[in-house]
Design a binder for this molecule. Structure first.
Ligand SMILES: *Cc1c(COP(=O)(O)O)cnc(C)c1O
Length: 394
C-alpha cells in the first residue's frame, strides 16, 4: 500500500547520515565521556562537537547548552529550575494558553504548589499580543514562558518583542523552540531569550534527546542530581550516540533550512488551497503567510469528526493528526483550537498535516484526490450535514 507521512510535527525519520554516525558511537566509540582513557576522550570530543553544532544553530556559545532527554525534560528544567532558583525573588509566572503540555502542565503543577500563574490568551489566529503580556507583569514575576511556533496551528509568536519586554523588567524568559528549530532562524541574543528548549526527533535526529539553552549567568536549579554531568545541571551518563546524532541533525538543519522552508511552503500552500477549492464548509486554522510555520496545515472540516477522518486517511496510507487528545483516551478537543475561540463542534473536525523534507507534490495530489471523497462519504452519514443541505434546497 502507498504510504504518505504528513505528521512531521509529531516526529520525523532519522536522517540516514545521522543514523550512520550514531551507530559508530554505539558499537565502536562507546566510551563514557567522563572516563579519562582514550575511549572516554573520543566520546567526550564528539559530545563537545555536538554541543558546538547545537549552539551554532541558535546563536549561543557551547557552554550555554545543556543536553537533556528531550524537549519535555528541557521544558521542565527551565520552568521548575527557574521556579526553585528564583523563589526568593517572587512567585508569579506568565505563560500562554497554547503552549505544549510540557510547559502548561509544569506551570499548572507549580500553580498548585504556591506559585501564581497568568495564562495569556491568543487571538483567533493563535497569536499572542505583546501588550497582553506587558499588562500581566507584576513586581513578583520571575518567569515568562512563551513558545516560538505552535505545534498544532503553526502560529509564530513575536519572540524578540517579548524578549525585549522580559529584559526591561529583569524577568527570566523561556522559549519552547521545538517546532521552530531548523525551520526558522533563531538567535538567542537578538531575541533576548534566557532559556530555550530544543529537541532532536523533530529535526530528523533521534528521539529521547534534546537540550536547554541557558544564558550565561541565568540561574536554573537542577532537577536530576548525581554524577554532576552537564555542569551539575543534568546528572547522568550522557546519551552520547543520541547527542551526537542531535548535533549532526542541527548541522544539517542549518545547511538545509532555506531550501526546506521554500519547498515546504510551496507544498503547504498547495495543500491549503487545494482543500479550500475541493471541499466546502472548511476553515483554515492559524495565521496565513509569514506568521505560519512553513510545514503546517490545520483545517476544520465541518460535519465530520477529526478521528473518523484520521482513520479513513490511515486506511489509504496517509498519516496526519487531529486536534483531539485521543492519545489520553479522551476525545477532548485541542486546547489550542479552543483558546483560538473555536467552538467544540468545529474543533472536533480538525485535522493537522505537517510536512517534511521528503514530501513531494505528487503526495499532496494524492491527498487532494482522496480527502474530498472521504469527507463526502462521512458527511453522508451526518444528520447535521443533511439538515444543512435540506435547508439550502428549501
Ligand atoms: C514535541 C514537542 C515537545 C516535546 O519534545 P519531546 O522531545 O518529544 O519530549 C515540546 N514542545 C513542543 C512544541 C513540541 O512540539
Amino acid at each position: 500500500m502507498r504510504r504518505v507521512y504528513l505528521d512531521h510535527s509529531a516526529t520525523t525519520p532519522v536522517d540516514l547520515e545521522v543514523a550512520t554516525l550514531m551507530m559508530t558511537y554505539y558499537t565502536e566509540k562507546y566510551g563514557n565521556p567522563s572516563s579519562v582513557h582514550s575511549f572516554g576522550r573520543e566520546a567526550k570530543q564528539a559530545l563537545e562537537e555536538a554541543r558546538n553544532q547545537v549552539a551554532e544553530l541558535i546563536g549561543a556559545t557551547p557552554q550555554e547548552v545543556i543536553f537533556t532527554s528531550g524537549g519535555t525534560e528541557a521544558d521542565n528544567l527551565a520552568i521548575l529550575g527557574t521556579a526553585e532558583s528564583m523563589r526568593k525573588k517572587g512567585n508569579h509566572i506568565i505563560t500562554s494558553a497554547i503552549e505544549h503540555h510540557a510547559v502548561l502542565e509544569t506551570c499548572e503543577y507549580l500553580a498548585k504548589n504556591g506559585f501564581e500563574l497568568t495564562v495569556i490568551p491568543v487571538d483567533e489566529e493563535g497569536l499572542i499580543s505583546v501588550e497582553d503580556i506587558r499588562k500581566a507583569i507584576r513586581p513578583e514575576t520571575i518567569l515568562m514562558s512563551v513558545m516560538h511556533a505552535n505545534n498544532e496551528v503553526g502560529s509564530i509568536q513575536p519572540i524578540a518583542e517579548i524578549g525585549k519586554l522580559a529584559k526591561e523588567h529583569g524577568i527570566t524568559f523561556h522559549v519552547d523552540a521545538v517546532q521552530s528549530l531548523g525551520k526558522l532562524p533563531i538567535d538567542v541574543n537578538e531575541m533576548n531569550v534566557d532559556l530555550l528548549t530544543v529537541s532532536g526527533h523533530k529535526i530528523y535526529g533521534p528521539k529521547g534527546v534534546g537540550a536547554l539553552y541557558v544564558r550565561k549567568g541565568v540561574r536554573v536549579s537542577a532537577l536530576v542530581h548525581g554524577g554532576g554531568q552537564e555542569k551539575k545541571r543534568r546528572s547522568g551518563t550522557e546519551n552520547t550516540p543520541g547527542i551526537i546524532g542531535f548535533g549532526k541533525a542541527c548541522q544539517l538543519a542549518g545547511q538545509r533550512m532555506a531550501e526546506d522552508a521554500m519547498n515546504e511552503t510551496k507544498l503547504r500552500d498547495k495543500l491549503i488551497n487545494g482543500i479550500l477549492q475541493r471541499i466546502d464548509y472548511v476553515k483554515v486554522n492559524g495565521p496565513s503567510g509569514e506568521k505560519r510555520l512553513p510545514n503546517n496545515v490545520n483545517v476544520s472540516i465541518r460535519f465530520v469528526e477529526g478521528e473518523s477522518l484520521l482513520l479513513s486517511l490511515d486506511m489509504l496510507g496517509i498519516a496526519a493528526s487531529s486536534g483531539s487528545a485521543c492519545t489520553s483516551g479522551s476525545l477532548d478537543p485541542s486546547h489550542v483550537l479552543l483558546a483560538m475561540g473555536l467552538v467544540h463542534e468545529i474543533a472536533h473536525g480538525s485535522l493537522r498535516f505537517s510536512l517534511g523534507r521528503q514530501n513531494t507534490e505528487e503526495e499532496i495530489d494524492y491527498v487532494l484526490e482522496q480527502l474530498p471523497k472521504i469527507v463526502e462519504r462521512l458527511r453522508m452519514m451526518s444528520p447535521l450535514y443533511d439538515q444543512v443541505i435540506h435547508a439550502k434546497q428549501a
